[in-house]
Design a protein around this ligand. Structure first.
Ligand code: SF4
Length: 330
């Protein structure tokens, strides 16, 4: 059994450098490109083997686009993605197919991602059938083992996804993502569609599996409590940018960016005797087709200064391992 407690000494598994993913906005009679959505706008981060890196931010901030671009479900506009030291930014065809075995995704909606016409055994064994030449008997043994690992009974093999609860369906999705023994799992809001009562069971399962299989996670979520529970280091995203990046302890105890401070102030305090001042952000997230000039957060920042409208702050290290993009720390 592999433990990931000392992931800090492990080697880098994922290295994302200056990644941009823009979507074209088409218009007019000829459906020509008239603008672009800067869904991911120049972000960089690394993940070590065995680590869980959380990406957090409001919906529409680009965090899911980051995950999909790394998986190469979306084509990056610029930047580089290195996986296990290999540049995978533009690989295609067979090379991409070969690499894809190493990174799998756990989706938000476990029902939509499972084929309702297939038995659970076929759903989980599908990646094995596609990627390995294993025989039916061997596939069945492996699927049975995976079912046990994710806490489902063996007879789940013969059932259909609709016969299971949301939490169980997510367990099926997790078993499927584990089938090829990937190194990296990108979990995109894996518990946000589940009842609160089963969320922690699924999160704990993901943690147990990480220890057992030495997995590395990119954990994407909008809920800061969930991200805190899961992550070793966290990047906070706003309008396609990472505005703060730090290890969990530093980020939650000493958030530096005004946006992170507002997000953390909104986490409910479990102890009713402790008073907590909530920072309420005015307005909505701006349209990413026309992002604000200067700091992308200046339209909502409670401590914005005049020059925040002109200068776009760069993410830089202000303490060891703690990076922030805000002129207050220049
Ligand atoms: Fe607020 Fe200015 Fe810092 Fe942006 S750069 S977060 S607007 S203080």
């Amino acid at each position: 059994m592999m433990k990931n407690t000392d992931w800090r000494n492990n080697k880098q598994l994922l290295d994302v450098q200056n990644l941009k993913t823009y979507y074209p906005v088409k218009g007019g009679f000829l459906r020509r490109k008239v603008a672009e959505v800067k869904a991911v706008d120049n972000i960089s981060f690394t993940i070590k083997s065995g680590e869980t890196f959380g990406l957090v931010g409001e919906s529409g901030c680009g965090k899911s686009t980051v995950g999909r671009t790394i998986l190469r479900l979306l084509q990056p506009t610029a930047g580089k993605i290195f996986f296990n030291g290999k540049d995978i930014t533009h690989i295609r065809g067979r090379t991409l197919r070969r690499e894809r075995k190493n990174f799998q995704m756990v989706f938000q909606d476990p029902y939509a991602s499972l084929n309702p016409k297939q038995m659970v055994g076929d759903i989980i064994s599908e990646p094995l059938r596609n990627y390995t030449g294993k025989r039916m008997k061997q596939l069945k043994t492996e699927v049975m083992e995976l079912l046990t690992k994710v806490g489902l009974p063996k007879d789940a093999y013969y059932k259909y996804a609709h016969e299971f609860s949301g939490g169980q369906r997510q367990r099926i999705g997790i078993a499927r993502s584990l089938a090829l023994k990937p190194k990296l799992i990108i979990a995109d809001e894996p518990v946000s569609a589940l009842d609160v009562s089963v969320q922690s069971q699924v999160l704990n399962l993901l943690k147990e599996l990480q220890h057992e299989f030495g997995l590395t996670y990119l954990f994407i979520a909008h809920d800061l409590s969930v991200v805190k529970h899961m992550s070793d280091r966290i990047g906070v995203m706003y309008l396609g940018n990472i505005v703060e990046l730090a290890d969990k302890k530093n980020l939650y105890r000493n958030p530096l960016h005004p946006y992170t401070q507002a997000l953390i102030s909104a986490i409910p305090e479990p102890d009713p005797r402790k008073k907590k001042e909530r920072i309420v952000l005015e307005g909505d997230v701006p349209n990413p087709v026309h992002p604000p000039s200067g700091c992308p957060f200046h339209t909502r920042c409670p401590v914005a200064e005049e020059k925040c409208q002109q200068v776009k702050p760069i993410l830089k290290e202000v303490k060891q391992g703690h990076q922030v993009a805000c002129i207050l720390y220049d």
